[in-house]
Design a protein around this ligand. Sequence first.
Ligand code: ATP
Length: 240
Amino acid sequence: MSKQPILEIRDLEVFYGPIKALKNINITVYEGQVVALLGANGAGKTTTLRTLSGIIRPTNGQIIFEGKRIDKLAPEKITSNGISQSPEGRQIFGDLTVEENLKIGAYIVKSKKTLNDNFEKVYNYFPVLKERRNQVASTLSGGEQQMLAIGRALMNNPKVLLLDEPSLGLAPLLVKEILQIVNNIAKDGVTVVIVEQNAAQTLKIADYAYVLEVGNISKEGEGHNLANDSTLAEAYLGTV
Ligand code: ATP
């Protein structure tokens, strides 16, 4: 691809106190791609996403979004530049309704028309959220809560959507459904960086994927190539 990347992570290093969680991470993402971060528990996937969204500060390295460094910006500034995260464990507000949760997601949206357009967009991807818009979020099923978490991140009209384990705790059929919707979101032009344990399903929608191993990238490649990689199959795909 000859275009400039929308997002680049260069030589990223992150410490938690004395522990080096990310040693040397290099990731390149092009507009409209689905890029997957795979790997075992503790490999550093969530840390990478949280550093991208500004919640964690890197010790070394750079994060470049649309040609400009963002690694020293506050999380709100990164969001207003166009990067939204749906966090691991969903973190929705259980006492609030679906609609109220979505509205909170739209905190950088100023115009009423954009707000309404964004509600429509989210309800198009997830019709069940429209049906349940007045329902308190804690009473939604696990899958619906996950949809709400993704929908909430979409309410800011992001250029890049960061998803942390959207399939966590969901039945296989629902995993497939959610990943298909994620794929549709990317086809509509939103770039997606997705962290997943469910490598086999994720590689079906990923244009490109990185495998993390204790803070380093041990393997990378196009989704369909990694899906056929026998060493990866043994470690992560559960097919051997
Ligand atoms: P999982 O799939 O289990 O979420 P992960 O690949 O997302 O794993 P991270 O959560 O990024 O991994 O963790 C990377 C490493 O950093 C792990 O060794 C973890 O124990 C450590 N770590 C994560 N968060 C903290 C923290 N707040 N303080 C100290 N160490 C942390």
